[in-house]
Design a protein around this ligand. Structure first.
Ligand code: SF4
Length: 310
């Protein structure tokens, strides 16, 4: 049995005598921390946080607090796949390897530890998550601040996976706007409650014709545009530009399709895009400036087609 399998088994054992209810959230997290530390992992004090990245914190200019959860993406925790449709390019470019996490091992260790709790018991994980969301929501409410939730900071899990007493997180917090980016485009065919907004993410290995279908159905498609410097490296975000529209032309130069590009870096609150200048109706592209990473990760993300050159 490797360390990850042992840790997941030990976490399950430590939860065995604790009912997965929000009232027990403190006990669950205490047991999880003790077990994780015992097994040589990091012992995170929470599953999520409010405005826990510089991009999310941009919501403050909209008087908005956002609770966000960062797990280990894809299969990086070794116990569960949190991104069912991750590609070679997106894994290479993933936030896991950029931003603060790229130079702070503790951040990734905490993401792995949280993911091991999720792998050990979704009901116990959900009980803690519900409790943390409720606390953050109350805090925002008493301060007169709008509140939203993004469950997948660095993962792509359906919100329906998080349930307490059979009620999923979207129904439990029906008055709270939730939003996510997803590479699971088939989620566009499911019926979601009004408080859930999804932005579909471009990724390598997909066909533009499928992306066009998503946008023709009124969907928003997030595209990481790469503005390159003379050395072929991605420019730092503050000097990188985005196109105002993006489309395809055929061999004869005829435009096949084109959609307007909305700057998705101004804030992360995607569910407010149409109030913030995105087209009032119809599909559009959410332009994101590709993040600088390692030379190798940038090479893979560009060569795979995940990053789209400007
Ligand atoms: S699907 Fe998203 S979170 Fe998962 S590896 Fe790809 S970019 Fe990262």
């Amino acid at each position: 049995m490797n360390n990850t399998t042992k840790t997941v088994a030990a976490l399950r054992e430590s939860f065995a005598a604790i009912e997965p209810t929000t009232a027990n959230a403190g006990r669950i997290m205490k047991a999880a921390r003790a077990t994780l530390l015992d097994c040589g992992h990091s012992g995170p004090s929470s599953l999520g946080g409010v405005n826990a990245s510089s991009k999310i914190a941009k919501g403050e200019k909209l008087n908005l607090h956002t609770f966000i959860m960062y797990l280990a993406p894809s299969d990086m925790a070794g116990a569960v796949n949190t991104c069912p449709q991750a590609s070679e390019g997106c894994r290479a470019a993933c936030l896991f390897n950029s931003g603060r996490a790229a130079f702070d091992d503790k951040i990734n260790a905490a993401r792995i530890a949280r993911t091991l709790i999720y792998a050990a018991s979704r009901p116990h994980f959900s009980a803690v998550l519900f409790s943390e969301i409720a606390k953050a929501q109350n805090k925002a409410r008493s301060a007169g601040i709008f509140f939203s939730v993004r469950l997948n900071g660095t993962s792509d899990i359906s919100p329906r996976a998080f349930k307490v007493n059979g009620v999923d997180v979207l129904a439990a917090f029906a008055e709270v706007p939730f939003y996510d980016y997803t590479k699971v485009w088939t989620r566009s065919r499911l019926t979601w409650p009004a408080n859930y907004s999804l932005t579909y993410s471009w990724t390598d290995g997909r066909k533009w014709s499928d992306a066009v279908e998503v946008m023709n159905n009124g969907g928003a498609l997030a595209v990481p545009f790469a503005d390159l410097n003379a050395a072929g490296r991605i420019k730092v975000a503050r000097s990188a530009s985005l196109p105002t529209s993006y489309g395809e032309v055929d061999a004869a130069g005829r435009l096949l399709w084109s959609f307007p590009v909305f700057d998705g870096d101004t804030t992360d609150a995607r569910y407010l895009d149409r109030e913030q200048g995105a087209p009032a109706a119809g599909g559009y592209i959410v332009g994101l400036r590709a993040k600088r990473s390692t030379v190798e990760a940038e090479r893979v993300a560009l060569a795979s087609g995940f990053f789209v050159p400007v």
